[in-house]
Write a protein that binds this ligand. Structure first.
Ligand code: ATP
Ligand SMILES: Nc1nc2c(ncn2[C@@H]2O[C@H](COP(=O)(O)O)[C@@H](O)[C@H]2O)c(=O)[nH]1
Length: 186
């Protein structure tokens, strides 16, 4: 078995966190927690879902990559990856597509990239509304250039990322099971 970072990317609401949680529950996969200046959603816990930062504390950390997404800062560190590898052979991280491109470039064949899609993007608003997100923040997010950008696989990930349609959760689980069997046999 060759240890690898599993990068999960795609537009908001496509199911990145759901996929990460499923993998962590069923396989030797551990979640890499990243940093953000976004305020916590209802039920989110500091240190479990994110390291929630102020604008000032965010700037004091050292990142492998950092981005602005819908007006907030997000960043991940090499230390986070190293700590993930100590816990499990497959640390999994949820990133926007810009971050996924950086990981592909910086970590090469140490990463497997999953690009999640849904067939009908109108479903995404329904999904995140059902998740209980704040409506003002949702409007801002769906109007952001990052949201539109992440609906389509970027050129830099073509031939590099595995595209995974997540219209149907039962089918998605089956595809994830196949992927993990393959990764564990490598
Ligand atoms: N296949 C599916 N069918 C229906 N609902 C789904 C499916 N997969 C995930 N969901 C639901 O959609 C919502 C959004 O999922 P999730 O939080 O995993 O998305 P995300 O890509 O991590 O979003 P964001 O980038 O905004 O954090 C959640 O309520 C989740 O339970
Ligand atoms: N490039 C990075 N993207 C990240 C990081 N942590 C999260 N994300 C992505 O940001 C958006 C918004 O996340 P949300 O939790 O506010 O919905 C989403 O695409 C995440 O995948 C990171 O450290 N770097």
């Amino acid at each position: 078995m060759t240890p690898k970072v599993i990068v999960i990317t795609g537009a908001t609401g496509t199911g990145k966190t759901t996929v990460q949680e499923y993998l962590a529950q069923h396989y030797p996969v551990t979640r890499i927690v990243t940093h953000t200046t976004r305020p916590p959603r209802a039920g989110e816990v500091d240190g479990r879902d994110y390291y929630f930062e102020t604008e000032q504390s965010f700037q004091q950390r050292h990142y492998l990559e950092s981005v602005v997404y819908s007006g907030y800062h997000y960043g991940s560190s090499r230390e986070g990856i190293a700590a993930g590898f100590k816990r499990a052979p497959f640390p999994a991280i949820v990133l926007d597509t810009k971050g996924a491109i950086t990981y592909a470039r910086e970590l090469g064949n140490q990463v497997v990239i999953l690009f999640l899609t849904v067939s009908d993007p109108d479903q995404l608003m329904h999904r995140v509304t059902a998740r209980g997100d704040d409506t003002v923040m949702l409007k801002q997010r769906f109007a952001s250039p990052e949201y539109r950008r992440d609906l389509t696989m970027p050129l830099a990930l073509k031939g590099r990322a595995l595209q995974l349609n997540n219209d149907n959760w039962t089918q998605t689980q089956r595809k994830l099971d196949e992927l993990m069997q393959h990764l564990q046999a490598e």
